[in-house]
Design a protein around this ligand. Structure first.
Ligand code: ADP
Length: 464
């Protein structure tokens, strides 16, 4: 349950809320009591000054003319409003009728000329606010004490506390419910996501989540999800195309083998006929083995765990090697190969790079005109080793130029010219990419093509 976003958010907000409101409650209560008690203190101070105005010294005696203050609350017994006047020896010379009628008095509190305030228990056993201040007269020092019940003030503070105790928990509960409901409501789109995800199989990878009307925060999640689905769909269809293309490529030699076997075994044959059939079967088997090897090569290259064996290699040496291997094939077609190369050292996988340039040069011969030419140049440019292989062949249209790097892709015109698997250039691109390089093609239909391989001159990072 605690793993719910809804609950965590609610608990967190309520925690913050309770800290803020408890602090605020205490602060307001403190401020209110300061105001209430402060106003009582002001009132008591005024009363004491007022009573002090009635003090007289006559014939060495202190007299008080109190008829002016023996009215109102002071006249009602134990009303909670009291005063008394005390001499320095502790004798009470006057007190309010509210005290004297009830035969009560206030505790005598020593004071000086600065007013002092305190809260005491009154004669009616209820809290009183008491102020005492001394006045120096010619014969003696007189202390005037005035007191007022704190009952009303305490009632106000209690009411305030009760209101707080009702309002705050109510707000607390309502906020909690509100946040719980709102977060649940906002997160409902996530349920839509999980339902959609549950329904996804390889059959409906084209499904997308509608982002219209979705909360802005969830829109980016929807976009990412849809992008991921698009990628999955693409890679899935690439995989199944790969499978069907591979089967298709293997189908032709298999059918040839089968039909030759059927025809040859249909009746008794001469040894020469059997030999001819076996030669054709051998040719087809070689073709199939070549296709299978290339398929395995492509899969290996796409496997994230494949690794290159990096070392310092000389591209001129590699190109000479490749040329030597393919020269007999070129001669058989009357094609001349020109190599113009300087020594270029790079960090690369020698065997894989031989594979790259064998594929490119093989294509330059295969798709060339009889008695054509292939020019190989190797040099360096702006931090790159650049190897260019230009032929005088059939050329590649602009529309096909990117697609020739796709697995099994073959330009229709080439199919009639020469046999092939359509895997060579996809292997080339995978290997060059793994070297952090790139392949570029320029071509003109009927005039020829130029393949340029760019490999970094500086040491590339070693692949694990
Ligand atoms: P393959 O040569 O086995 O068909 P590749 O992947 O090497 O496969 O090449 C893919 C396609 O690109 C070829 O079928 C051909 O149509 C085209 N192609 C490659 N190199 C050349 C070239 N030098 N001239 C013309 N077309 C080419």
């Amino acid at each position: 349950m605690l793993y719910s976003i809804k609950l965590k958010l609610t608990i967190w907000v309520l925690f913050i809320f309770s800290i803020i409101f408890t602090t605020l409650g205490f602060f307001l209560h403190y401020e209110l009591s300061e105001i209430v008690i402060g106003s009582i203190d002001t009132h008591l101070h005024n009363e004491v000054q007022f009573i002090a105005g009635f003090l007289r010294v006559e014939d060495e005696n202190i007299e008080v003319e109190l008829s002016g203050v023996e009215v109102g609350e002071y006249a009602i017994p134990l009303s909670g409003h009291y005063y008394q006047i005390v001499l320095s020896d502790g004798r009470i010379i006057a007190k309010s009728p509210s005290l004297s009628i009830a035969g009560a008095s206030l505790p005598v509190i020593k004071s000086d000329s600065v007013p002092s305030y305190q809260t005491i228990m009154g004669p009616e056993k209820k809290p009183l606010r008491l102020m005492a201040q001394s006045f120096k007269l010619s014969t003696d020092t007189v202390t005037i004490q005035a007191a007022e019940s704190l009952e009303n003030s305490y009632r106000i503070l209690r009411s305030f506390g009760n209101i707080m105790l009702i309002i705050f928990p109510s707000i607390f509960i309502l906020t909690g419910i509100g946040i719980f409901v709102i977060t649940g409501w906002s997160l409902r789109a996530i349920n839509t996501f999980s339902r959609k995800i549950e329904q996804i199989t390889e059959m409906n990878l084209n499904e997308r989540i509608e982002d219209k009307g979705m909360d802005r925060e969830l829109q980016s999640l929807t976009v990412s999800f849809n992008t991921m689905m698009r990628r999955l769909e693409k890679s899935f269809s690439k995989q199944s195309r790969f499978l069907s293309d591979a089967s298709h490529e293997l189908k032709t030699p298999t059918s040839v083998i089968k039909s030759y076997c059927d025809v040859t075994l249909g009746r008794e044959r001469t040894p020469a006929e059997y030999q001819e059939t076996i030669r054709i079967i051998e040719k087809m088997a070689n073709e199939m083995s070549d296709i299978i090897n290339r398929i395995l090569e492509v899969s290996r290259l796409e496997d994230k765990t494949f690794s290159l064996k990096f070392s310092n290699v000389d591209l001129m040496d590699i190109m000479k090697n490749v040329m030597r291997m393919l020269e007999p094939f070129a001669l058989s077609r009357g094609i001349k190969i020109n190599l113009s190369c300087q020594e270029i050292n790079i960090n690369g996988d020698r065997e894989r790079l031989i594979e790259v340039f064998t594929n490119i040069l093989d294509n330059a011969i295969k798709y060339n005109k009889s008695n054509g030419r292939v020019d190989i140049e190797a040099g360096s440019r702006e931090g790159w080793a650049v190897i260019s292989v230009a032929d005088t062949g059939i050329g590649i249209s602009e529309a096909e130029r990117e697609r020739i790097f796709d697995r099994f892709y073959r330009v229709d015109a080439s199919r009639s010219v020469v046999a092939g698997s359509g895997l060579g250039l996809s292997i080339v691109r995978a290997i060059v990419n793994a070297h952090d390089g790139r392949v570029e093609v320029e071509s003109k239909i009927g005039e020829g093509s130029r393949f340029q391989v760019f490999l970094p001159l500086l040491p590339v990072r070693t692949k694990a």
